[in-house]
Design a binder for this molecule. Structure first.
Ligand SMILES: Cc1cc2nc3c(=O)[nH]c(=O)nc-3n(C[C@H](O)[C@H](O)[C@H](O)COP(=O)(O)O)c2cc1C
Length: 364
């Protein structure tokens, strides 16, 4: 079912939205890395709903337990299993989607492919699956911090409102707004647009930007395992993500070579780029410039407005009005998920490139 990601640093996720639990198994994390439930919980708390007026009021506490792979506060090199029990859910509103699929969600395709599947709360296709990604990403972030790599995400656009230019050093400000946007005026407008859509029983989408700083040159493998190819796969594997750009992205199609090429210069013996249209990757290999990724997120499919659908038991046309608590905009909550997926990809490639020792983080 494609539940694993990564080659040397590998995340496997398990669990369904309304099943007993969701969780992650991380394989390939070297021994000796300091890791606690608190480290993982801090990242999970950023993904949790119910944090502001623009997210759903669903009460999900999402307490993580580390079951294995950590001894005396450090990883042992063994698989790290992490679990979050599902404690607060109501499956009743989902009975209908078994036979009447929600437009825009995965109900139809799961039914056509598997016939028998856990449709409650969206099952494996629920946003709750991303708890496991964020937990795995927390481990990857800690590992990357050993080589000075930092991964930061923020909201660039929601419902057509775009943030003004934000300097990298100000990106952390994004955490203080309800929509995770570092431009306070744009954040206010974004919140307005989300609440407006919500009051109309509708939803909106947007764009998330994720940046990785201090990435060493040399991560990524020619030909099929290019760093940008793996980043694109990582991001596209997140539910509701419909597009990925690296560096200048689609804008490159309208630029000239003289504009798009990032000129090189020497900075204390290191080659640097004057601009970063390549988004920190050339030929699929990191150059040492920041990795810059943008992700297009679609409007939340579950909306309370009446929509056309079909009854697959009676094979007739019908309509559906989705009940339950859904975010009118997924963008703010997807930011930590995108950070996690970038961190997982970079950790995997850092081990593959020999930048991080696969066995232990400290020499003997
Ligand atoms: C963090 C997160 C939260 C989500 N929350 C919801 C939600 O509340 N309601 C909903 O209908 N979809 C939600 N989604 C989106 C669905 O999971 C996604 O649209 C669905 O799996 C279909 O996949 P696709 O959009 O990639 O085709 C969420 C996704 C993520 C990543």
């Amino acid at each position: 079912m494609g539940s694993s990601f990564g080659r040397c640093f590998r995340l496997t996720t398990f669990g369904e939205s309304h099943g007993r639990a969701v969780g992650a198994v991380v394989e390939g994390c070297p021994a000796g890395l300091e890791l606690s439930e608190r480290d993982v919980q801090a990242e999970l708390d950023r993904r949790r709903p119910g944090q502001s007026a623009v997210t759903t009021r669903r009460a999900e506490e999402d307490r993580v337990e580390i079951l294995s792979g950590v001894f005396e506060g450090r990883t042992t090199g063994a698989p790290i299993a992490m679990v979050v029990y599902n404690r607060s859910f109501n499956s009743a509103p989902y009975e209908v989607v078994r036979r009447v699929p929600r437009p825009g969600h995965a109900d139809l395709s799961y039914r056509l492919k598997y016939g028998h599947w856990d449709y409650r709360g969206g099952g494996r296709a629920s946003g709750r699956e991303t708890i496991a990604r964020v937990a795995g990403g927390a481990v990857a972030k800690r590992l990357l911090s050993l080589i000075g790599v930092e991964v930061l995400g923020h909201t660039l656009e929601i419902a057509g409102v775009r943030a003004g230019r934000v300097e990298v050093e100000h990106l952390r400000r994004a955490e203080s707004t309800s929509v995770r946007c570092a431009d306070p005026e744009a954040a206010r407008l974004m919140e307005e647009r989300i609440l407006e859509a919500k009051s109309q029983g509708d939803s909106v989408g947007g764009v998330v930007e994720v940046v990785a700083l201090n990435v060493p040159p040399g991560l990524g493998e020619p030909v099929f395992d290019k760093l940008d190819a793996d980043i694109a796969k990582a991001m596209m594997s997140i539910g509701a993500v419909k597009g990925v750009e690296i560096g200048s992205g689609f804008a490159c199609a309208r630029m000239r070579g003289s504009e798009h090429n990032d000129a090189f210069y020497l900075d204390g013996g290191r080659v640097r780029c004057r601009s970063n249209n390549s988004g920190g990757v050339l030929g699929g290999i990191s150059t040492g410039m920041p990795i810059v990724v943008r992700v297009a997120v679609k409007p939340t499919p579950s909306i309370s407005r009446e929509q056309e659908s079909v009854d697959l038991e009676e094979m007739r046309g019908t309509s559906i009005r989705v009940e339950g608590m859904h975010d009118p905009c997924i963008v703010p909550r997807i930011v930590p998920v995108c950070e996690a997926m970038l961190a997982l990809t970079l950790a995997d490639h850092a081990i593959r490139a020999g930048v991080i020792n696969p066995c232990r983080v400290h020499p003997l």
